[in-house]
Design a protein. Sequence first.
Length: 469
Amino acid sequence: MPPMRIQIAALTFLLQAGLALGADGPVVVLTLKDAIGPATADYIHRNLELAAAQQAQLVVLQMDTPGGLDTSMRSIIKDILAAPIPVATFVAPSGARAASAGTYILYASHVAAMAPATNLGAATPISIGGLPGAPEPQSQPQEPDGKPGKNSDQTKDTDKTKDTERDWMSDASRRKAVFDAAAYIRGLAQLRGRNADWAEKAVREAVSLPAEEALQLKVIDLIATDLPDLLGKLDGQQFTIAGQIQILRTRDVKITVIEPDWRSRFLALITDPSIAYILLLLGMYGLLMEFYNPGFVLPGVVGTICLLIALYALQLLPVNYAGVALIFLGMAFMIAEVFVPAYGSLGIGGVIAFVIGSVMMIDTEVPGFALPWSLIAAIAFVSVLFVLVVVGMAVRARKRPVVSGSEEMVGAAGEVIEDFVQEGWALIHSENWKVRSAVPLKRGQKIRVTTINGLVLDVAPDDTITREE
């Protein structure tokens, strides 16, 4: 055998041996459910690193999502593209979907698979204004002679559709967001050799596909009924990762399922906009109670912890900080109503600023990442009650008689503690006061203060007060 053939045979043997050595690695299964957010991105990032450390031969990302945040989606895609092992995204079980951000992740994966009765698509960035995509022009109606009708209702509807499309495309921010998303998903499609035209259509027109049609259009690579079926179909497939050839040996392989741990669950909890919003309010109210009662400690500790957790969660979410500023301003106005009673003007203004800030705070329309109106309304209602209580207390306090200070001494009752003429001593408010009277007074006689002259009180007998037995 010629030397060159010997070398080629040796290299082939070594390559096959190396591949065989790597074929015993486990398959790691990660689950992606519900909306994609910061917690999801952290979960995928950490466990892709863990799978690489375990020398896994494949990571299966089992997905069922309505979409999610753009920043979190792009973070997951970066991790998939940089992974040293193949990643297979599997839309399952039957009835699941990979909508919006899930479509991008599916396109970015080394293997795109779906279970029967699943769907993908609707990948238009919906945070740009609420329309899922530019409406398509409708065909004009035809007259019997084949010419377009000019006065029919369908023609008018078509004209309205075209006007809507022109209005939609006239918004520069919308165009930029859609064009950027379309270029991004087209690049992913070209990288993985999938249908780039349909990917762009999914962004521009928000179209969707069931699994069977997605396979026919080469949007996905295969359809599998469940995880064992998927692994059986992937057995023997070859991938080039970081310049190295990897051949999967996934039939009867060890499967390691990694569920979200406490860190992922905690991050998912605090990055829920409703939870972050409540934590923000608890933090502000806790610090307020501590300022009212210095040294009470507990409200300050709880408030500080809640406020810091809320601020950490908000910096991970798409937050409009003008809305957060309005919330703080509204709280400040409501607090000022307590100290400077303005008969509701500060308090009502604070409630209005608070509600507007709450509506503005989360700057996205992605499902699962919006503050529910019911929560905003409930907290606004409680705030209105708070303002009404404060205003009512201020009005009642204004009508109440003075109960402290020098003004309160006039009319106060007391008792003479020694017989005297003109000046002597009396017990008033459990204190000994020097008093002056125009008539002689005897020890134990009831008196009432009429005027105050420095530290001397002018008193008069009070026959209406009976002595206690």
